[in-house]
Write a protein that binds this ligand. Structure first.
Ligand SMILES: Nc1nc2c(ncn2[C@@H]2O[C@H](COP(=O)(O)OP(=O)(O)OP(=O)(O)O)[C@@H](O)[C@H]2O)c(=O)[nH]1
Length: 378
């Protein structure tokens, strides 16, 4: 980090806290404080021009700065998090700003038109940040406040607040409140639609991820994601090897025997059912939490058995074979007995994956040539 950045980030840390949502909230509070400081400067100018009474202006400035400092302190202390529905305290801060605006309108005299413009700005923040009902409530709250001040001032100080001018201002404030109400409903609809679209996209993305990682017919991992699963497992075991646990992963290549006969004799759909049946039983028979079964292609499957020596893997595969014989596929008469040939190889490092699969393939080929329905070690 360059030398000037360090004190800067220390200052940011002190003022705003660690990065995250609370930091954003704290910086928004400080921004509001800054706006009030600018506002205080403008008021001071109006005091100098003789438009506002100095004491009244200073009272308002003290309340504005005190209030915004209080919001900042609440956010920095984390007390705002107790307000689960609006932890940014947006509603409260806007309501506070509206009270300040009404107060400012009451003391600003001839320059009060600008105050109405600021009210519009504050209500706009609400439309973007709050729920439609809250934005509407604030619009009418602001309108009622300012209308009350207009009525009060035109009665008690008609020279500075002529009733005709207040009438025009009243209509302007009413139009603003109505427009904010209508727009906040529209914003609410748009936000809801965006939310729905976001959800639809998330579902579609999940579906695409699922399709990209799995074989459609059997639901097993496909070739690409099996490669990733093996690499992940070897990486996990390599980390454990650092604490003295040996790397132990067996790969088994399985090829269904005489599968073409099933297709030719019973039709392709029954062949598909046979593949699904094999996948189902393989999933059930192997350790669900660690072992992985993938469709390697056609009627070939690759099994990964972590923490298993090739001999232990062979025992598992032979157990699966017995299970397949015990549970034939009951969609034909007689039920379809599925058998397979398998080759086992140990895979001890990431760079050996290709070689281990090749070894398992050769062992499986030996099993085929030696009569099928058996498991050979590579
Ligand atoms: N139903 C179905 N058949 C498939 C699928 N993928 C590959 N096959 C078929 O699987 C058969 C594989 O045939 P072969 O490679 O001759 O192997 P085999 O008949 O099992 O003979 P051995 O492996 O020597 O025991 C081919 O007929 C492919 O068309 C699939 O997704 N569904």
């Amino acid at each position: 980090m360059s030398p000037p950045a360090a004190p800067l980030s220390r200052a940011a840390m002190l003022l705003l806290g660690p990065p995250g949502r609370q930091r954003v909230r704290a910086s928004q509070c400080l921004l509001a404080l800054l706006v009030f400081v600018v506002f205080a400067g403008l008021q001071e100018l109006e005091v100098m021009l003789g438009l506002i009474d100095a004491a009244q202006s200073h009272w308002l400035t003290a309340c504005n700065l005190g209030g915004s400092l209080l919001f900042y302190a609440v956010v920095r202390s984390g007390l705002n998090l107790r307000h689960e529905r609006d932890p940014a305290l947006t509603f409260a801060q806007i309501a506070f700003a509206l009270v300040s605006i009404a107060w400012s309108y009451a003391i600003t005299g001839p320059a009060r038109g600008a105050v109405l413009a600021i009210m519009v700005l504050i209500l706009q923040f609400g439309m973007f940040a709050l729920r439609p009902g809250q934005a509407r409530a604030l619009a009418w709250f602001g309108f009622l406040l300012i209308a009350t001040v207009m009525a009060w001032k035109s009665r008690t100080d008609p020279e500075r607040y002529p009733p005709q001018v207040e009438c025009a201002h009243f209509m302007f404030a009413a139009i603003v409140a109505a427009a904010v109400s209508a727009l906040s409903i529209r914003f609410g609809q748009l936000r809801r639609r965006l939310q729905e679209q976001k959800q639809d996209l998330a579902v579609a993305l999940e579906r695409i991820r699922e399709m990209a990682a799995h074989d459609e017919l059997t639901g097993l991992l496909n070739r690409r994601s099996m490669g990733e699963a093996i690499r992940r497992e070897l990486e996990r075991q390599r980390r454990q090897a650092g604490v003295g646990v040996p790397v132990n992963v067996s790969l088994v290549l399985v090829d269904i025997d005489h599968f073409k006969r099933i297709n030719d004799g019973h039709g392709h759909p029954i062949g598909d059912l046979a593949l699904q049946h094999f996948s189902q039983l393989a999933r059930e028979e192997l350790r669900g939490s660690t072992d992985v079964v993938a469709r390697w292609g056609g009627e070939e499957f690759l099994l990964m058995l972590p923490d298993s020596t090739p001999e232990q893997a062979r025992a598992c595969v032979d157990r699966l074979r017995r299970r397949l014989q015990a549970v034939p596929l009951a969609v034909t008469e007689p039920p379809l007995a599925i058998n397979f040939s398998a080759g086992v190889a140990a895979c001890l490092a990431e760079e050996d994956i290709e070689q281990a699969i090749e070894q398992a393939d050769q062992a499986m080929y030996r099993a085929k040539t030696d009569g099928r329905g058996r498991t050979e070690l590579g």
